[in-house]
Write a protein that binds this ligand. Sequence first.
Ligand SMILES: [Zn+2]
Length: 270
Amino acid sequence: MPELPEVETIKNQLNEIMPIKVLECTQSKVISGIAHTPIELSGRKIIAVHRKGKLLYFELDKNEFLLSHLGMTGGWRIGKEKPTDPNGVKHNHLCIKHKGGYLSYVDPRRFGHMYQLDKLQTQEKLDELGVDLKDKAYTPEYLSTTIKKYPNRQIKVHLLDQKLYAGTGNYIVNEICARAGVRPTRRNKSLTKDEIIKMHKATAVVIDGATQTGGTTFQGGYADTTGSKGNGVGHLVVFYQKICQLCHETPVKKLYLAQRGTYYCPKCQK
Ligand SMILES: [Zn+2]
């Protein structure tokens, strides 16, 4: 599933072609499984693309927004021609024709969500999400306060809460715990001030590392707007690793927390 670094990569690439005027917008027969409102883009202008957490929101003219959550396998493709790869043709649910070419939404498993909303409704959707991990408001104090609010939660499960931390996801929180030297199974109340500061620092390392390499994919779910899968796997220290890439000697242990694969180094993480 695309997490913050992947959605950030897609947003940056989309902004390279913005603004555009929509000449024509065609939609698949099954778009209603994804779009929760009618999508009416023909003749409209797309000014810029923004992101909060894993939610993309396209700024349209007339104070409207197109919200796009990619779900498991959703993605946007930019091209001179309509997408021609197998997924592109079969799973192209929305295709925007503009002067420079085509912008398409592809989603083989159709777990994505889309809405076309006015400014107020958009703000309501954004307000449902917590502080974005790249936002200035994500401070050590914010992390500490929100951790202390839920003393009995396990830290890894806690960090997945989108209402507190917009943009986290399974690989991100595994990596934050690893780089901070904290076992994912620890209860929030056991964390020291020093460990929370380390987790805050680790967040930027994990997010920036993955973003600079164009995102990360594990089971083929993510591709950027060019269809590239990113090189972020090389940046991981425990997630999907056999040997810990911090100490380079200890086999990584795997367990399940809240049904999600959880990886840690028994030597580096206390
Ligand atoms: Zn280690």
